[in-house]
Design a protein around this ligand. Structure first.
Ligand SMILES: Cc1cc2nc3c(=O)[nH]c(=O)nc-3n(C[C@H](O)[C@H](O)[C@H](O)COP(=O)(O)OP(=O)(O)OC[C@H]3O[C@@H](n4cnc5c(N)ncnc54)[C@H](O)[C@@H]3O)c2cc1C
Ligand SMILES: NC(=O)c1ccc[n+]([C@@H]2O[C@H](COP(=O)([O-])OP(=O)(O)OC[C@H]3O[C@@H](n4cnc5c(N)ncnc54)[C@H](O)[C@@H]3O)[C@@H](O)[C@H]2O)c1
Length: 444
């Protein structure tokens, strides 16, 4: 029997706790979290703010009681302040100031990430909002009740920014989205695809301020405008969504870090200190598309890494299969999905990649209803011909198709293997000649 301490009990921590408690009886399991809630699905934030769901209740899948019911001891609102890696003790402090000291045999760090906050003038003005926690979503919804909030500026046109831009338009606000890059979603898609999302945002009335860098915010107490290198934007509320950074202060000088400060872990989620694991947004992943360690903050990675660390901390060897960073977004019915490398990213990394594109209807033309266009790009290595990435977009739900590409990258499948791959056909779903195979056949 060993004593396992988990620090952070959101998606990664909860996955680790559930795996330990469900599969390995008899361990002493203790977890600390500085927040007052567990397992808030940030992915529901835009749906909640944009009134596409009736409330936040369904956005939680665990809590202190559930985990304690399985035998863990959970300290909420109790941040861990320090870890003695030599003596193997964690030191935490409750809301009431009470100190807690827990020894451990195995330690799992699941301290996640925090939003990046630029050090610019005006960042502390009222109504400049971060959007990470359940409490942040509550704050935004509360503030939106104030009808004098008419203009909302979203800084960062990545996944959070684009999802929230839609949500604020749905709330009847005038929305401007700023990104320092010339387009939106540039971390996930090539230009042909980002152009589609750009046009989608524009068609729904979002003002685009791409290629602009925010220099400061102005207002008397409350934010009134955002000043960029190219102009200024009226703002009654500003949403900062320019990415996450790993929250790794607890590593001190003890744990080896990745270039962005994430805990560097091996395929067993173990850090540079034996018996200390790191999972989720505070840790690195092994990225199969580049065959290297990388940092990709996603809930999907968080839960899988939690499962891997849990088994290893309980003595069962389980190696991670790595990730492809597979992701998706759905904005006013335009679905976009990507996995692995874009052509742009491959070029930046000096990888000799090529891409094939194909556009078709999802189903045979004689299907007159719910039969939308699909656009696909497959990126592959010119020399080895191994699939490196894929991007898909449609108003049809094409999400299951992307999973195949995720597996193809993981398993190093070549583009040639996709040319005649057995893909079932039924007109209710698809065409006899699949656009996936037809795209692959374009690879010379
Ligand atoms: C608006 C939004 C939408 C998102 N949508 C998606 C999506 O659709 N799909 C997707 O895959 N990902 C999405 N993500 C990303 C996803 O939420 C994160 O990747 C995920 O939360 C990572 O989980 P985690 O448990 O590793 O870290 P976190 O969620 O950051 O949790 C870390 C936990 O550690 C606790 N903690 C930190 N420091 C301490 C300490 N010193 N002591 C005790 N406790 C501590 C924190 O209180 C927190 O509960 C979204 C994120 C946001 C904000
Ligand atoms: N649908 C999903 O899967 C989903 C949804 C939300 C969040 N997430 C994940 O959560 C994490 C955080 O999301 P995010 O949207 O904050 O990050 P992101 O990396 O998706 O986007 C950040 C955006 O901010 C821009 N940017 C960076 N610095 C800037 C600056 N100084 N000024 C203006 N723009 C700047 C970048 O060009 C980029 O477009 C990501 O890992 C994301 O994948 C995923």
């Amino acid at each position: 029997m060993s004593k396992i301490v988990v620090i952070g009990a959101n998606h990664a921590g909860t996955a680790a706790l559930n795996t330990i408690l469900d599969n390995y009886k008899g361990n002493e399991v203790v977890a600390f979290d500085s927040n007052s809630n567990i397992s808030f699905l940030g992915c529901g934030m835009a749906l909640w703010i944009g009134k596409q769901i009736s409330g936040p209740e369904g956005l939680f899948y665990s809590n202190k009681e559930k985990l304690e019911g399985k035998g863990a001891r959970i300290y909420m609102e109790t941040p861990v302040e320090d870890i003695d890696y030599e003596k193997k003790v964690v030191h935490a402090r409750g809301k009431d100031g009470k100190e807690y000291h827990e020894s451990f045999d195995k330690l799992i760090l699941a301290t996640g990430s925090v939003p990046i906050v630029p050090k610019i003038e005006g960042i502390d003005l009222k109504n400049v909002q971060l959007v990470k926690l359940y409490q942040n979503a509550e704050e935004v919804i509360e503030k939106l009740k104030d009808e004098s909030i008419k203009d909302v500026v979203v800084v960062g046109a990545g996944y959070i920014g684009v999802e929230l831009a839609e949500a604020f338009v749905r709330c009847g606000k005038e929305v401007t989205i700023i990104d320092c890059v010339e387009t939106c979603l540039s971390g996930y898609y090539d230009k042909d695809f980002t152009d589609i999302m750009r046009d989608n945002l524009k068609a729904h009335g979002v003002k685009l301020a791409f290629g602009e860098t925010v220099q400061k915010m102005e207002g008397s107490g409350r934010v009134e405008k955002v000043i960029t290198d190219k102009g200024e934007h009226k703002a009654d509320m500003v949403i900062m969504a320019i990415g996450f950074r790993p929250n790794t202060a607890l590593g001190g000088n003890h744990l080896e870090l990745f270039r962005n400060g994430a805990f560097l872990v091996d395929k067993y989620q173990e850090t540079s200190v034996k018996g200390v694991y790191a999972i989720g947004d505070c840790a690195t992943v092994y990225d199969n598309s580049v065959q290297e360690v990388n940092y990709i903050a996603l809930a999907s990675n968080a839960v899988r890494s939690g499962i891997v660390a849990a088994h290893n901390s309980c003595g069962k060897d389980l190696e991670s299969v790595g990730v492809q960073g597979s992701n998706g977004i759905s904005i006013w019915g335009v679905n976009m999905l990507s996995t692995g490398l874009t052509l742009t990213k491959a070029a930046k990394l000096g990888i000799q990649a090529a891409a094939v594109d194909y556009e078709d209807l999802q189903k045979p033309a004689f299907i007159e209803k719910n039969n939308q266009k699909v656009k696909i790009r497959i990126v592959y290595d010119k020399e080895s011909r191994v699939v490196l990435g894929a991007q898909m977009t449609s108003e049809y739900d094409i999400s299951m198709g992307l999973h195949m590409f995720s597996l193809a990258i993981q398993e190093k499948v070549t583009i040639d293997k996709l040319k005649l791959v057995d893909l079932f056909f039924l007109p209710h779903f698809n065409q006899p000649y699949s656009y996936i195979a037809l795209a692959a056949q374009k690879a010379e």
